[in-house]
Each structure stands twice: as C-alpha cells, then as structure tokens.
Design a protein around this ligand. Sequence first.
Ligand code: SF4
Length: 270
Amino acid sequence: MTKTTSLPVRKSRVPRLPAAPKPPIDIPPLALDIRDRLLATVEASRFDFEPEQRLSSTGHCLRQQWYAITGAQTNEVQGGSTWEMRDGDIHEADVKRWLREAGYEITAEHEVDGRNVGDTVHISLPDGTAVEGHIDGLIVGPGLYVPHLLEIKSMSYLRYASALRDGIKQSNRDYYLQVQGYLGALDLPACIFAIKAKDSSATKRMVPPGGDPKFHVEVIDFDPEAFQDVYERQGALRLHIIDGSEPVREYERSDWHCNWCPFMRTCWGE
Ligand code: SF4
C-alpha cells in the first residue's frame, strides 16, 4: 500500500504564537555562569531523533520525518528537545496519577529510567518493515468496561482552546493520525484522549466563567480512512528512504508547523 509521494500543502487554523521576549542586555556574569552550566548539563542529556520511522510521528510533515531519519541539521535551541520531552513527561505523570486516584486502572506500561513508558505497538508495511510507536497506556474504569487506548497530551493554552473548540480531528491532525495509527495497530475501537493545558496557571483570566481551564477529555473513535492515511503515509515515507528522495513540503512557510519544525532552516534554506 505505497501510494502518493506528492502531498497537498495545508493551512493550519492555530495562530502563530507571539515572539519570545528578549533577555535583558546586561546579565551579571554569575547569572550567566549558572545559566550556562545548567544548559550544558541539559544539552549533555539531549534527546536525539531516532533514525527510524515512528508511529508517534506519523502525523508530522512527511518531509520533517524524513529529515529526522536522515539526520538533517536541526535548528533547535540548546537542549530544546530535552526540555520538550521532559515537560511532556511531567504532565503525563500528573494526569496518570490523578486518573488512578479517580478510580481508573492504567495498564500496558512499564518503567524505563524512572519514566513510565507505554508498551510498543507496530504496523507492518508491504516490504515487511515494522513501524513502531509507544502508547501511553490502556485504561479501564468507571464507564470504561473494555480497555481503551489512553493518550495524554499537554498543550499550550492556544492549542488547548483550539482542541476544546474544534475537536482534535479538526484542530490537530498530527495527534489525530498518531491516535489512529495506535488504534489500528491494536485493533481498538476508541481512545481516551486526555489534554492538560500546560500553562494552566495563566488561564484564569483567559477562560470565560464556567469554562474548564485545565483539563479536557475527548473520546476519539477509530477512523478506518484515517488509519489508511497513516498506512499510506508510512509507505510513501518508506519509499523516500529507500530511494533517497526528499518528500515535498506539506506546509507553507507561514504555517505554525514550519515555525515549530526543528528542521525549518534546513527545509527553507534560512
Ligand atoms: S519546515 Fe515545514 S515543510 Fe519543511 S519539513 Fe518542517 S514542517 Fe515540513
């Protein structure tokens, strides 16, 4: 099932985030020293992209996945991927703990280096290649009598609000396809998609009265068409890896996907 290599350019509805504030010009040497020692430590434990196809990345721009696999130059700030991964781990651990306290049982996970990592699942491509991914777990409990896939995401308030307003299928196709890949691999009917607002401490003044500023759950049903899309995208990526050809860009330069892409400079030559 290895089809198209030419994907349509899409436009996202999530607005661009404001530019980060610049630090003060005169940073005392002691403060600089502390900062640099910490950054060097974070950098030393940095997370490197794995040179293989991943189900967790299946919704990402095909070209971005190809760059990660082929070891292209990233444009990330010092320790960027480590900050991001650790951030996600902390929120995921909180949500799992609170779900357990609320009476739910979470299975299909194990501890690796102090982190609770979900079990590995995979789909098989026509050439026999297995594309793997790690789920966050399976969940049963009140109202959930058969195991459902559990996927936990933490999001900036902008993306969180967008997910509440439009649903994951509309607001975040990357996550939607990731979930469909896992559901298809496990032959499960639905996913409990739990979203925590990362910047929840800043949302009191941003959320209308009665709104929930911190946590949202969406039930995402298995979507056979979307799973087929996952399958075809991974098949197309496999062909690009085999013949060494660069996939076309899936987004325009102004899209938030490109602004957040770790390979933006390589891709656009900036
Ligand atoms: S910069 Fe944009 S088009 Fe290029 S690889 Fe990244 S997401 Fe894709």
